[in-house]
Write a protein that binds this ligand. Sequence first.
Ligand code: CLF
Ligand code: SF4
Length: 502
Amino acid sequence: MDLPVLNASQEGAAKGGCASHSCGSTDDQMGHLPEHIRRKVYNHPCYSEQAHHYFARMHVAVAPACNIQCNYCNRKYDCANESRPGVVSEVMSPVQAVKKVMAVAATIPQMTVLGIAGPGDPLANPERTFQTFRELSEKAPDIKLCVSTNGLALPDCVEELSKHNIDHVTITINCVDPDVGARIYPWIFWQNRRIRGREAAEILIERQQRGLEMLTERGILVKVNSVMIPGINDEHLAEVSKVVKAKGAFLHNVMPLIAEAEHGTYYGVMGQRGPTHEELQKLQDACAGDMNMMRHCRQCRADAVGLLGEDRGQEFTMDKIEDMEIDYAAAMVKRAEVHAQIERELEIKQAASAARAELVAIQGARTDAPATRPVLMAVATKGGGVINEHFGHASEFLIYEASPAGVRFIGHRKTTPYCEGGDTCGDGESALDQTLRVLKGCEVVLCSKIGYEPWQPLEAAGIAPNGEHAMEPIEDAVAAVYQEMRVAGKLDAQAVAEQKVA
Ligand code: CLF
Ligand code: SF4
């Protein structure tokens, strides 16, 4: 990733270094965190929404076995807790995994976090998982270690986790009610027995909650992932949020169920649907009253490499790594330089964000300011926190909401890149039609460039294409476009009333 060069005024802002107040994401709270916690999350792409524009993570697939069955998982595929469906390219030994991590860290200095997230459950494979962590903490001490688990074996592993200096643990908690759990988990394997139904869910929930308490008592940051399953646990997840917050969880990540018949999962075969974008956002907003919410999860593969949303795994297959000479001492020096530069950029962004928040507060305090309505905007980016992706190359769009309260990140929506989609994709829908459907509800799409062809269909769908803010910071561009719309009278009280009627 190319790092933008700072200009003079930005340098000045950096020195002013100030807390972030961009709305609606974990970064709202970043400025208020104690310094030792801020240091743990500022460069973790999952624990900080802002960090995910700059810092990368990687997973090593060292954990093939699992000790439970989820109705949304087929073991032939990646763990649906932490990955989108798709076979893991290669399950590897801890020795191979360590070599791969060091190769990636030397090549992608922005890679700050190594996570073990499957393809089964890492703590159901403790020897392989802890051997990997142990060796990495010795050989690559500048990499944060992260693990994701279903929680069944967690209470037995907390001591070992704290020994390896693992500051980030994700527990997938889909319910705190065993009756709900019995509809998600057909069985668990515990104390050498296969246990089914409500009893299985009861044990799993008890172990998850105990593990959560034990981790937070030790100061380890816990993120809770929940899979939103309409009709099963959707109405229950606000309660889950309350319970895990009360026990000290740092962040809650409500993810949509992915269930396709071709994945061979129980839910897929039974036709269980996943939530719509609107349903997911509504639930995340409802939970946000109780907790910091993660909205930028990409449900990555258990062997993902790169920024969230990109996968560079093919650059680091074992045969390629075998041939690489790695001087990790030199790599660490380079990594430290790159991290320091990104940190300076983040300070600039935070200063700009604070200034924007101040301006919004001043405008909001004006009694003569006309009421304006919120607007959703889609953004094409390939990282760095700026608008730097061509509309036709975008395989996902980040969705932001601009309103009188400021700019907030809502989530991301995947699509088939318009330029690569051919005439049709999937069930006969063209790539452009798919993008128009995915961007439903957005009024603007911001990108670095856009061709002539998609322009008209976008406008006809009520989505204004905008390539005028190329290479600008995303939040600044969204705020600027919102201001332009306000000045043009597109957001005034009349428009608010019309929108309500519509
Ligand atoms: Fe991996 Fe998970 Fe650690 Fe992140 S992923 S183990 S916390 S380093 Fe992140 Fe990927 Fe979402 Fe997971 S985007 S699926 S939340
Ligand atoms: Fe699959 Fe992960 Fe559930 Fe195990 S915990 S069944 S690997 S989704």
